[in-house]
Design a protein around this ligand. Structure first.
Ligand code: SF4
Length: 232
């Protein structure tokens, strides 16, 4: 179908993108956020440098993985900025592929449409910072609106959707106190304690080159930081 979002990347098998499942991952271009630590920034700012994959070719590869792969993560970039995302996801549904949608939560109406049409079984929402303007802009760029992210979380909570909340931590951008506040705010929206999946910021090839020279965490330091957040 013409006008569907272009597929700019495809990973055949991943153990880490959909908890408990072996999944393939499809990457869509562009994003409305500008997280300084973004390591997919070429896909965000200059997606034309990547070849567009033929969707039928992707489905042919998926067919060869049937029985081995349990579902497909639709990621990016930011998938929900594409107005024809529902039609894109429909193509997977028609072929019997369960989908998990990865989103930055900035497009609550699109997420609601996906929920209403049953086009995704699960969602991962990247919550960038406490749901407040200043830390959100610091972690996701000037255009990032935490109220939209909060609305998306509330919609997912109302629907009782299968949701994973993820946060990338860079010590120059997010403090332990902010992480604790973020978790409390998200838990309040869901009306129950939410376990946030803290992710280590890879201090390499970041959107903002200044971050490369900033202190980035080594794995052991990150584990200690997560312990502190969880213990707070
Ligand atoms: S939300 Fe941030 S990290 Fe994710 S693709 Fe957009 S700019 Fe990159």
């Amino acid at each position: 179908m013409n006008g569907l979002p272009a597929v700019k990347g495809f990973i055949e098998t991943s153990f880490v993108d959909w908890q408990g499942r072996m999944a393939s991952v499809v990457f869509l271009p562009r994003c409305n956020f500008r997280c300084p630590y973004c390591h997919n920034h070429r896909l965000v700012t200059d997606p034309d440098q990547y070849r567009t994959l033929d969707l039928e070719g992707v489905f042919a590869k998926l067919e060869g993985l049937r029985g081995w792969v349990d579902g497909v993560c639709v990621s990016g970039g930011e998938p929900t900025i594409h107005t024809l995302l529902p039609q894109f996801l429909e193509e997977f549904k028609e072929r019997g592929w369960p989908v998990k949608l990865d989103t930055n939560g900035s497009k609550p109406k699109m997420v609601e449409t996906i929920l209403m049409t049953g086009l995704a079984e699960a969602f991962s929402v990247d919550v960038k910072a406490p749901l407040e303007s200043i830390p959100y802009r610091k972690n996701a760029g000037r255009g990032a609106d935490p109220a939209s992210v909060a609305r998306t979380l509330a919609i997912l909570a109302d629907w009782g959707a299968d949701v994973e909340v993820r946060t990338t931590v860079h010590p120059a951008l997010l403090t332990i106190e902010e992480c604790v506040r973020l978790r409390a705010q998200v838990s309040e929206i869901f009306g129950r304690p939410i376990k946030v999946k803290w992710q280590l910021c890879r201090g390499e090839d970041t959107l903002d080159p200044a971050l490369l020279s900033e202190h980035t965490l080594k794995l052991a330091e990150f584990d200690k930081l997560v312990e502190e957040i969880e213990g707070a």
